[in-house]
Design a protein around this ligand. Structure first.
Ligand code: ADP
Ligand code: MG
Length: 325
C-alpha cells in the first residue's frame, strides 16, 4: 500500500449493537464490516459487490463518516476523515457525496427540484443571489441529463430514472470529488439503467470524480468499475482489476458468485459452482475464514485461522489459504 493514495481505508470496522428486552441490554454485535482495507486512486471507480447483507452499504457510509466507524481509519487527500469531520465538517460534506438506491425516499416531496438541488449550492456559497442560483441549478440539471425547466417541478412528476438524475444533480451541484454510489440503478428498469450509468461515467470523466460504486449486480459492476472488491459477511475476499476478476476469479467465493451469472459469451464454458447452505449470521460469523462453512475447497486450517489478504500478482489480492501464505 502506498502512502500517497488518494483514499486509504485501513482496517475499517463497523459493529452494530444488538439489543434485547425491556432494558435494551446489548446482547451481541452485528459485525457488518470487519477489518476492511483498500486504497483508491483519484478518478477511479472501485466497485463493491456481494450478496445482500454483506456490508456494502455500511462500508460506503463509514468511509465518508456518515456512520462513525467502530475502529479503523480513512484518509482522504492525506487527511484523516474523522479529524476532518471535527475540524471542517462543512468542507468534508461537500467533497464527499452519496447517492442512494431509492431516489424517491431521499427526495423531499414538498420541495421543487430547484430547492432540492439549490440547497447545497446555497449552503456552500457556490452561487450568490437569486439569479445566479437559478442559472446554476439549470446548468447542473442539464449536466445530470435533465432539462432546465425541470427545476420548477416536484419529485413526484418524474419517472424513476429522472428522479435518480435529480439525486445525481444534487450530488454534483456542490462540486464533490468523491461520490459513494449505493446501488444507484438497482431500483430502475434495465432499459433505463445503462442511460443513468452512462451519465455517471460522463460526469466522472468531465469532473475527474472518484466513485465507490456499490452494487449486487455483476453486469453493472463490470460496466462501471476499474477495480472490484468482493465482499462476504463483512470481509474482503478478493480485490482486483475488473477484467482480472471476471476472467480469472481466484477466491472460491468469487468463483461461485461469478459462475451464478450467465456470461454473454456462451463459448466460454465456466463450471457452475453451487453454494450449499445459507449465509451465516454476521452476529456469530464462522471462525477462521468466514466462507469456510460453504466453501467447496475448505481445508482444516480454514476453520482455525483467518487467511490474510495475499498479493497474487497483477493487482490481484485474495484472502484464501489456497494462494498462501
Ligand atoms: N443501523 C443498523 N443497525 C443494525 N444492524 C445494521 C444496521 N445497518 C446494517 N445492519 C446490518 O449490517 C449488515 C450489513 O448491512 P449492509 O451494510 O446494509 O449490507 P448490504 O448493503 O451489503 O446489503 C446486515 O446484517 C444488516 O442487517
Ligand atoms: Mg446495501
Amino acid at each position: 500500500m502506498t502512502n500517497d493514495a488518494y483514499i486509504q481505508v485501513e482496517a475499517l470496522t463497523k459493529y452494530f449493537p444488538v439489543r434485547k428486552g425491556f432494558f435494551k441490554r446489548v446482547v451481541g454485535q452485528v459485525k457488518a464490516v470487519d477489518g476492511v482495507s483498500f486504497s483508491m486512486r483519484r478518478g477511479e471507480t472501485l466497485g463493491i459487490v456481494g450478496e445482500s447483507g454483506c456490508g456494502k452499504s455500511t462500508i460506503g457510509r463509514t468511509m465518508i463518516h456518515l456512520l462513525e466507524p467502530t475502529s479503523g481509519s480513512v484518509r482522504f487527500g492525506g487527511q484523516d476523515v474523522g479529524e476532518m469531520l471535527r475540524t471542517d465538517a462543512k468542507s468534508l460534506r461537500r467533497r464527499m457525496q452519496i447517492i442512494f438506491q431509492d431516489p424517491y425516499g431521499s427526495l423531499n416531496p414538498r420541495l421543487t427540484v430547484k430547492e432540492i438541488v439549490g440547497e447545497g449550492v446555497k449552503f456552500h456559497g457556490l452561487a450568490r443571489g437569486k439569479k445566479a442560483l437559478d442559472s446554476y441549478v439549470a446548468d447542473v440539471l442539464v449536466e445530470a441529463g435533465l432539462l432546465p425547466e425541470h427545476r420548477h417541478r416536484y419529485p413526484h412528476e418524474f419517472s424513476g430514472g429522472q428522479r435518480q438524475r435529480i439525486c445525481i444533480a444534487r450530488a454534483i451541484a456542490v462540486r464533490p470529488e468523491v461520490i459513494v454510489c449505493d446501488e444507484p440503478v438497482s431500483a430502475l428498469d434495465v432499459s433505463i439503467q445503462s442511460q443513468v450509468l452512462n451519465t455517471l461515467k460522463d460526469l466522472q470523466e468531465r469532473e475527474r470524480l472518484t466513485y465507490l460504486f456499490i452494487t449486487h449486480d455483476l453486469s453493472v459492476v463490470k460496466f462501471i468499475s476499474d477495480r472490484v472488491v468482493i465482499m462476504y459477511l463483512g470481509k474482503m475476499m478478493e480485490i482486483a482489476p475488473t477484467a482480472a476478476i471476471f476472467d480469472n476469479p481466484l477466491h472460491p467465493y468469487a468463483k461461485a458468485l461469478l459462475s451464478s451469472i450467465p456470461m454473454p459469451d456462451p463459448t466460454r464454458k465456466t463450471e457452475q459452482v453451487l453454494l450449499e447452505g445459507d449465509i451465516p449470521s454476521p452476529i456469530n460469523p464462522p471462525s477462521g475464514c468466514r466462507f469456510h462453512t460453504r466453501c467447496p475447497q475448505a481445508m482444516e486450517r480454514c476453520s482455525q485461522s483467518e487467511p490474510p489478504m495475499t498479493d497474487a500478482g497483477e493487482g490481484h489480492g485474495v484472502a484464501c489459504f489456497l494462494y498462501g501464505p
